[in-house]
Design a protein around this ligand. Structure first.
Ligand code: ADP
Ligand code: TRP
Length: 323
């Protein structure tokens, strides 16, 4: 089985990204083969400042490595370092029905809001299909919002195979556990689009400030509260062990506590939880040549695989002689 997924460097990673995606990528890295990449070409549809895109791409690599992505297990690379994918994207584009892309939500939502979409956003799912098909990926771990794109990928691969003969492996999505769930500081889904995030490696002082500002209800302290469904309790549960969770749940049900105490406990637990990764990140950041070696090696391995798949597709559709 070959696992593959990509994550966009459109902002610094936050708790939602970690618990909803990154942690599970890391758990899956010991599958037969795992490919993970930083989707900077996709990010280019939103990040239009070149220095910022470069920095966010590097930050993403540092974060992933610090959190435990191990280049001995997984191939880690930057999307744009594999030009074969962009070429494959064109081959797929020639068979991608407009109607199929018009139904894709990223484009549809933007259009519904009356915003001007560009061709990059419109064809985004085709590039994503090329990302997946280029590595003969079997399993693509993704959040709910990306499942539609995997369906598009299967459609495009299926019709290419039908027209030109068996060329691509049809991938299956693997829905990430809890990918819809980590709440933000306002109780809505944590997302950089809602400015309610707590980033993984922001300064502990800044993180603490954000944690202290997590919205809570205004019921009096004495009143017992139900922990289930309370977003502060949900956030604490991400970091607490079973005993700590039970203790806090009992406190909620008994009443007579201040949310401030819970927030302080959350800040401490979260800081401790990421302390080791933070130290590793600092070490890696001080050794840029190690990071570029890891990404260079990842890109070389990714290109080898993508090159054979591209050749197969080129031969199948007649833009290269049969080998
Ligand atoms: P954002 O919503 O901040 O822009 P992305 O859409 O780039 O985040 O998400 C990258 C990955 O992180 C996706 O797999 C997504 O499902 C996961 N993810 C993002 N936010 C959350 C969240 N609040 N809870 C769980 N998973 C999340
Ligand atoms: N579009 C995905 C997201 O926004 C990122 C991505 C790009 C991806 N290419 C991919 C995910 C290929 C899985 C497979 O989260």
């Amino acid at each position: 089985m070959r696992v593959l997924s990509g994550i966009q460097p459109t902002g610094r990673f936050h708790w939602g990204n970690y618990f909803g995606a990154i942690r599970q990528y890391i758990d899956l890295q010991t599958e037969d083969e795992a490919y993970y990449f930083i989707a900077n070409l996709h990010a280019l549809t939103t990040v239009r400042d070149p220095e910022q895109l470069r920095q966010l791409t590097l930050d993403a690599a540092l974060d992933l490595l610090a959190l435990g992505l191990n280049p001995e297990h997984a191939v880690l690379f930057v999307q744009s370092d594999v030009p074969e994918v962009s070429e494959l994207c064109w081959l797929l584009m020639t068979g991608a029905p407009m109607g199929l892309l018009e139904r894709c939500h990223a484009y549809k939502d933007k259009k519904a809001k009356g915003l001007v979409a560009d061709a990059g956003l419109f064809t985004y799912p085709v590039l994503m299909a090329a990302d997946i098909l280029a590595y003969d990926a079997d399993i693509v771990p993704v959040g709910e919002d990306q499942v539609q794109h995997i369906e598009v990928c299967r459609d495009l691969a299926g019709s290419f195979n039908h027209h030109f003969g068996e060329t691509f492996v049809l991938p299956k999505p693997k829905l990430l556990d809890g990918s819809a769930k980590v709440p933000g500081t306002d109780g809505e889904k944590m997302s950089k689009s809602y400015s309610n995030t707590i980033e993984l490696f922001e300064e502990p002082k800044e993180a603490r400030k954000k944690i202290m500002r997590i919205t809570t209800d205004s019921r009096p302290m004495e009143q017992p509260k139900e922990p289930d469904g309370d977003h502060l309790y949900q956030l604490l549960s991400l970091f607490a062990d079973e005993a700590q969770r039970r203790e806090v749940a009992a406190l909620y049900r008994r009443g007579g506590f201040g949310y401030g105490e819970i927030k302080k406990a959350l800040a401490e637990l979260a800081e401790k939880y990421f302390a080791e990764a933070r130290a590793r990140r600092a070490e890696l950041a001080a050794s840029p040549e190690t990071v570029s070696e890891i990404l260079g090696d990842g890109a070389a391995r990714a290109r080898r695989k993508a090159g054979t798949v591209l050749r197969r597709a080129q031969e199948a559709c007649g833009v290269k002689p049969r080998g």
